[in-house]
Write a protein that binds this ligand. Structure first.
Ligand code: SF4
Length: 323
């Protein structure tokens, strides 16, 4: 049995940040308040800030109950998705019901853009861990990197991060993604670090672009540079590595899904969407498995065809055009 029987759940998948993470997708593909240039899901050129019931909480709880009785316990249950999970207006009720169902810690991965809304802050209060993003230290870089909905101001977004972190009883781990030529110079990073001092997260997770981004000009910095820049932050800072996440890479149903993906891609170059619909696998499951396969060199992005993956000729290695 695979994840074909689950509409909202995917994994558990190995995650650098959360160990074995059981994902719950709360919004449809690219329902998001940002249109980040580095988004691995691609760009649809539009943004959404209207909160509504995007997911069926009863169904999610039923799937979760089934999953937890089937498998060994994950390290985290993660509310994330193919977009921004706080846009699901039922997220607060869902978190409270999950906490009644299991003792597995619950994390929310959010871009943080709506944390200034009191109702969103309230909704996340029962979570154990919240992982918002901050990719810019000024409004111009914010526009360049995240391309937010026109209703979202930089100052309001930052104030939301400060207010929420001050109120939240659990931990906040702030992800900062640095982009080459956009936010990797010392003055830019110092501006972000200054805001981090006001936000006061439990830790900062420094990240960069490692996977095919929405835009070809969204390029990553080297891991060495990332670690060098980490010295500009005070407090706990992790440098997220490009290396495959440890353990569990082939556990659960992962191995057979990887075989299916390779077999499919061997027939013709395909996108993440092609794989998801063609194999009837959850989009996020495909995304995670494709990451593992590209890390191991079993799958490559087709040169000159952004977002298309194929099986490499014996010695071909994917080369990135950013430098
Ligand atoms: S916030 Fe996440 S899902 Fe939304 S555009 Fe940015 S990277 Fe993509």
């Amino acid at each position: 049995m695979g994840t074909t029987t689950y509409t909202y759940l995917y994994g558990p998948v190995p995650s650098h940040r959360l160990g074995r993470s059981l994902g719950i997708d709360l919004v449809p593909y690219k329902i998001c308040s940002y249109d980040c240039i580095y988004c691995q899901l691609g760009s649809i050129g539009s943004t959404i800030v209207t909160r509504k019931k995007y997911a069926d909480n009863d169904r999610i709880l039923e799937e979760l109950q089934r999953k937890l009785s089937d498998h060994s316990q994950p390290d985290f249950i993660s509310l994330a998705g193919s977009g921004e999970p706080t846009l699901h207006s039922g997220i607060g009720e869902l978190i409270r019901r999950i906490k009644m169902l299991t003792t597995v810690p619950l994390a929310v991965l959010t871009n943080g853009s709506l944390l200034w809304l009191p109702e969103v802050q309230e909704d996340l209060m029962a979570a154990d861990l919240v992982l918002p993003s901050l990719d810019a230290g000024d409004p111009t870089t914010f526009q360049q990197a995240n391309r937010p909905d026109s209703s979202i101001s930089f100052d309001q977004m930052v104030q939301g991060l400060i207010d929420f972190t001050g109120r939240f009883a659990g931990e906040v781990w702030l992800e900062v993604l640095l982009l080459a030529g956009i936010s990797d110079d010392e003055p830019s990073v110092r501006r972000i670090a200054k805001l981090v001092e006001r936000i006061k997260p439990a830790r900062v997770q420094l990240n960069t672009v490692y996977r095919p981004p929405a835009e070809s000009f969204a390029c990553g910095v080297t891991h060495g540079q990332l670690c060098h820049l980490s010295s500009l932050f005070s407090g706990l800072v992790d440098c997220i590595s490009d290396a495959p996440a440890p353990a569990a890479a082939t556990e659960s149903t992962g191995l057979s899904h990887q075989d299916e993906i390779i077999a499919f891609a061997r027939r013709r170059p395909c996108t993440i969407h092609d794989l998801s619909t063609g194999l009837n696998l959850h989009l996020n499951d495909v995304l995670k498995q494709v990451r593992l396969l590209t890390d191991s060199g079993s799958l490559i992005e087709i040169a000159g065809k952004r977002g298309y993956f194929g099986v490499p000729p014996a010695v071909d290695i994917l080369t990135k055009s950013c430098n």
